[in-house]
Design a protein around this ligand. Structure first.
Ligand SMILES: NC(=O)c1ccc[n+]([C@@H]2O[C@H](COP(=O)([O-])OP(=O)(O)OC[C@H]3O[C@@H](n4cnc5c(N)ncnc54)[C@H](OP(=O)(O)O)[C@@H]3O)[C@@H](O)[C@H]2O)c1
Length: 337
């Protein structure tokens, strides 16, 4: 079978296509024939050697997000049978409850082996069933980006119908957060740095969009749009500059789910948070329970993930380059036929 391994980190030359023997499942394990993978911003950081969370083992398989079907079951497996359509959970040991730091080494695509391979072997506990209405390509976008948005919006963010949620940019996490907001009857205000993407957001059903380049004080615009009250929730992916604006954009006692720092590290004055009596918390994707809960909701709503482009397995490098270009709207997928 074919897989990609990470050689010397520092750029896309680290991506090395190899032919190896397919792995066989041991006790309590299953083999998954991966049919599609998707990329996340962290995958760019990992390949360039700028991912500081935990060290990668040499020759690690990249990417956390994929979907496929059960191709073989090991002894004592009870959760799955051949042909079941599944996706891996991001932190393989986090099934429910609070995240513990000792679970983190089991995160896929770094530090644990990921999914950019024709076959992978995982514990039978490390998978969920994918929504029945989704293709493998659509479902491959869920494990990191969608679960993060679900956690940020509903678990930590406590989003409810009628609330106002602000999403920043049109990457994977932000578009899922916007779609989840629309799905639940929330008011969605989205930002983007591109006028062309404003139109795409409108087509998705987001009526209120702010260009953060031409309106750098987008926090003021959020306050105007909400009659001075501010938003209930911001899903924060920006970092410097944007975090202080997110605090300014939320209502009294509002919440900020801090997901990422696309533009580098941010510093904040805790006094601004205190003045709002607001809450802010860091998000780490989500547990298996959250993934399963989300999939039930996506299935009822028939939510369709936004896929911008699909690349073939042999073109993985081009997929990374496209994500790095920032031209994408939503998810970038790699098909494995
Ligand atoms: N904590 C977690 O568990 C977790 C999980 C997933 C992702 N993350 C983090 O969340 C962030 C987003 O990840 P992703 O995979 O969704 O990214 P992505 O798909 O690569 O999307 C990035 C998009 O963000 C927008 N953007 C770039 N710089 C921005 C800025 N300074 N302010 C506002 N928007 C900006 C751009 O959209 P426009 O072109 O529309 O402006 C860009 O296309 C990353 O920092 C990632 O590491 C964290």
């Amino acid at each position: 079978m074919r897989l990609y391994q990470l050689g010397k980190l520092g750029g896309l030359d680290a991506l090395q296509l190899r032919d190896v023997d397919a792995p066989r499942p041991g006790t309590g394990q299953v083999a998954v024939r991966i049919r599609a993978c998707s990329l996340n911003h962290r995958d760019l950081n990992i390949v360039s050697g700028n991912y500081t969370s935990l060290p990668l083992k040499p020759g690690a398989i990249p990417l956390s997000d994929g979907a496929g079907e059960i191709a073989a079951v090991g002894p004592e497996v009870t959760r799955w049978k051949l042909g079941d359509r599944v996706a891996p959970i991001f932190v393989q040991r986090w099934f429910g409850g609070n995240l513990l730091s000792e679970y983190m080494p089991s995160a896929l695509g770094g530090p644990s082996d990921g999914v950019l391979a024709e076959h992978i072997v995982l514990s039978e506990e490390g998978l969920v069933r994918i929504p029945s209405h989704m293709s493998f390509e659509q479902a491959s976008t869920l494990p990191c980006a969608a679960v993060t948005a679900w956690n940020a919006a509903f678990v930590k963010g406590q989003l409810q119908p009628g609330h106002t949620i602000v999403t920043l940019g049109t990457g994977g996490v932000s578009l899922f957060a916007a779609q989840l907001g629309l799905m639940t009857g929330a008011r969605v205000i989205a930002t983007t740095g591109s006028d062309e993407k404003i139109e795409r957001l409108r087509k998705l059903g987001v009526r209120e969009v702010i260009n953060y380049r031409t309106t750098p004080d987008w926090d003021m615009r959020v306050r105007e749009l909400t009659g001075g009250r501010g938003a209930d929730l911001v899903v924060e992916v920006g970092g410097p500059g944007s975090l202080e604006k997110s605090i300014a954009a939320i209502r009294y006692c509002g919440h900020i789910s801090v997901v990422g720092t696309l533009a580098g590290k941010a510093t904040i004055d805790p006094g601004t948070l205190f003045a709002k009596r607001a809450s802010m918390c860091g998000i780490q994707v989500g547990s298996r329970d959250m993934f399963e809960e989300m999939n039930r909701a996506l299935e009822v709503a028939k939510l369709e993930p936004v896929i911008d482009r699909v690349f073939d397995f042999a073109e993985a490098r081009k997929a990374y380059e496209y994500l790095a270009s920032g031209k994408h709207f939503g998810k970038v997928v790699i098909r494995i036929s």
